[in-house]
Design a protein around this ligand. Structure first.
Ligand SMILES: [Zn+2]
Ligand SMILES: [Zn+2]
Length: 411
């Protein structure tokens, strides 16, 4: 028996490994698709398509089906328990997800340093990687600190007036007819593009979303740090994929008669810790790049995650015919009471249009002159072109009218 045969026989069965790899790959792809549908299925771009339908099926149809099953089988006792656990995890601010991120990132880095870093330099990876690797591992931690500790643009009584002047109401996704909507918790008029975060219990200017990974809101003041966090993770994880791939590739052995992917799977099975780091880096880098691209798309489109959900509602309503549109030329600005000196930076594009819903009886207001059914006929006044949108993200308008007072108010 040759040494080569002995080595191959000591490895896990090739067919079993191939099945395991296929199962893992299938599961990973399915989970990634489900996460994407849940997070982005409500965006206007997907709302009317199969992704939007899948989103509604997962978030509305399945829970209501389970609820009716619970009522029939358990007398409705199970749902409240599940809901309260889910409520604690989903609707209360806690650092569990942030801790999970730190465990995964630190654990992955440790496994790589123990199994991969010691193999460098080698014939594929030069000595420069010895210095690059520690810096790249540190990058996400610095980005996380900035994103998690930064003020997203919390609105206080001291800066509410400033927040009101940041953006005008477009009368489409942020309406102020006859008056701006009031935040029922903070008891003040909601500034355009703001949203009250139930987890942080604060209104946030130009709210994007509350991110569990950074345990903080993403708003006008820290979208740049959030983008930095996504970019840092995308860079580190892609670099980690590249490094582990090369280290594993050099360790690859086996018979030349075997297909390359079979030898690759066997190598990952033999060097399991490094194989796990490779798979973790590969999957998470794809997800992070996906998030980064999605957020760059939002900036390009002049929206936020919160804005785009509202655009999705408008699109749906237009399709159903429950919203009609009319020219609002000559209408008094609802923001006239506020010093809207910050907008528009460079002038409006074209003529604005307003949106108003039909009343409960389905009656259409008399002044309507134009009726449209397509979202493209509506102007997004917050979209000022990619470069200006990006500039606004990187150098956000100051929100704090009085830093000292506001800081005191926040404390
Ligand atoms: Zn509020
Ligand atoms: Zn929040």
């Amino acid at each position: 028996m040759s040494p080569r045969t002995i080595q191959r026989n000591s490895r896990p069965n090739t067919t079993t490994m191939a099945q395991l790899a296929a199962w893992f790959l299938g599961t990973s792809v399915t989970v990634s698709i489900l996460v994407f549908i849940v997070l982005f299925g409500q965006l206007p771009a997907f709302g009317a398509g199969p992704l939007g339908a899948a989103n509604r099926f997962i978030l509305h149809d399945i829970p209501s089906c389970l609820s009716s099953l619970d009522r029939r089988i358990c007398g409705g006792k199970l749902c409240p328990i599940v809901m309260s656990i889910g409520d604690g995890l989903m609707n209360k601010k806690h650092p569990l997800v942030l801790i999970l991120y730190l465990v995964l990132m630190t654990g992955g880095s440790y496994l790589f340093l123990r199994n991969g870093y010691t193999e460098i330099p080698n014939e594929a990876l030069g000595s420069k990687h010895i210095y690059l690797i520690p810096l790249t591992i540190l990058l996400p931690y610095v980005a996380l600190y900035l994103a998690a500790s930064s003020d997203p643009g919390f609105i206080s009584s001291h800066n509410h007036h400033t927040a009101m002047s940041l953006y005008p109401y477009d009368q489409i996704i942020f309406r102020a007819v006859p008056n701006p909507e009031e935040c029922r918790t903070c008891r003040w008029a909601k500034p355009a593009r703001s949203k009250h975060c139930g987890l942080c219990a604060r209104c946030v200017a130009k709210m994007d979303h509350h991110c569990a990974w950074i345990n903080n809101c993403v708003g006008t003041r820290n979208t740049r740090h959030f983008l930095g966090f996504l970019a840092a993770n995308a860079i580190t994880l892609t670099y980690g994929t590249y490094l582990t791939y090369h280290v594993l590739y050099l360790k690859m052995s086996g018979s030349d008669e075997d297909q390359l992917w079979v030898r690759w799977i066997n190598t990952m099975a033999e060097y399991r810790e490094l194989g796990a780091v490779f798979i973790l880096c590969l999957m998470c880098s794809l997800i992070m790049i996906g998030f980064l691209v999605a957020h760059m798309y939002l900036i390009w489109a002049g929206t936020t995650t919160n804005d785009s959900l509202k655009w999705g509602d408008i699109k749906y309503a237009l399709k159903k015919g429950t919203i009609v549109v009319f020219d609002d030329e000559g209408r008094g600005s609802p923001t006239a009471d506020y010093d809207a000196t910050r907008w528009p930076w460079g002038g409006m594009k074209g003529r604005r249009r307003g949106v108003i819903a039909v009343d409960a009886d389905g009656n259409v207001p008399e002044e309507i002159r134009d009726c449209i059914t397509n979202l493209r006929d509506l102007e997004n006044i917050y979209d000022r072109g990619f470069l200006r949108n990006m500039t606004e993200v990187l150098w956000p308008p100051k929100l704090m009218a009085n830093m000292l007072n506001d800081h005191t108010a926040l404390c």
